[in-house]
Design a protein around this ligand. Structure first.
Ligand SMILES: Cc1cc2nc3c(=O)[nH]c(=O)nc-3n(C[C@H](O)[C@H](O)[C@H](O)COP(=O)(O)O)c2cc1C
Length: 192
């Protein structure tokens, strides 16, 4: 059987982003479990703010189509989101909004969300670790009828959470990451 393919999407473009680091730590862990990991940057898929007039005039942006197809080509997806004002940043919401508009031939709209499991994680310098962004993201994905696995990771005090190699250094964070990775792999295998 070919390796399980996992897509990791960090929801920040910022240089030195805690969430990009967490996405990298997760990608490393997925690889340790034998998965074939793709970690992207949304800077490679720039999208305008969703506007129905723009879609009517110009159609769907190629980057929205490419992202949707990239999700479709993987067995499981991890989204790692920052928390902005107690919710997901516009980058994450706007990307999901565009992807929900993409409908390839012979599929129903939003099919890509229903066909594979999603995991969610967040990193923040605060004590809550972006847990309100996780609640918001879970709601959005669930409304898209996605299976969002129960395990999640809200990384508190993210500015102190990594060692010099950008690996998680606290055992509780490492265990939470392993639990998330293991569960996404198990559910992805079941839904294959
Ligand atoms: C507009 C804005 C709103 C923010 N709101 C929150 C918040 O509600 N909760 C929180 O924990 N951090 C908040 N932050 C701080 C971010 O968590 C912090 O900037 C974090 O480093 C962003 O993620 P990144 O490092 O992956 O870019 C906010 C930052 C910005 C720019």
């Amino acid at each position: 059987m070919s390796a399980l393919k996992i897509l990791v999407i960090p929801g920040s473009l910022r240089t030195g982003s805690h969430n990009v680091k967490l996405a990298a730590a997760a990608a490393y862990e997925f690889a340790q479990f034998g998965a074939d990991v793709t970690r992207i940057s949304l800077s490679d898929f720039p999208l305008p703010i969703y506007d129905g007039d723009l879609q009517a005039k110009s159609g769907l942006p190629r980057n929205a189509i490419n992202l949707k197809r990239m999700i479709g080509a993987h067995h499981g997806v991890l989204i790692v989101t920052p928390e902005y004002n107690s919710s997901v940043p516009p980058l994450v919401k706007n990307t999901i909004d565009w992807i929900t508009r993409v409908q390839d031939q012979n599929e129903t709209r939003g099919q890509v969300f229903r066909e594979k499991p999603f995991a969610i994680a967040a990193a923040s310098e605060s004590r809550l670790g972006g847990s309100r962004a996780l609640a918001a993201l879970r709601l959005i994905l669930t409304a898209c009828q996605a299976t969002v696995i129960p395990s999640q990771l809200a990384l508190s005090f993210a500015d102190q959470a990594y060692n010099d190699m950008d690996r998680l250094k606290n055992s509780a964070d490492i265990e939470a990451m392993k639990a998330l990775v293991k569960q996404l792999i198990e559910v992805s295998e079941r839904m294959m």
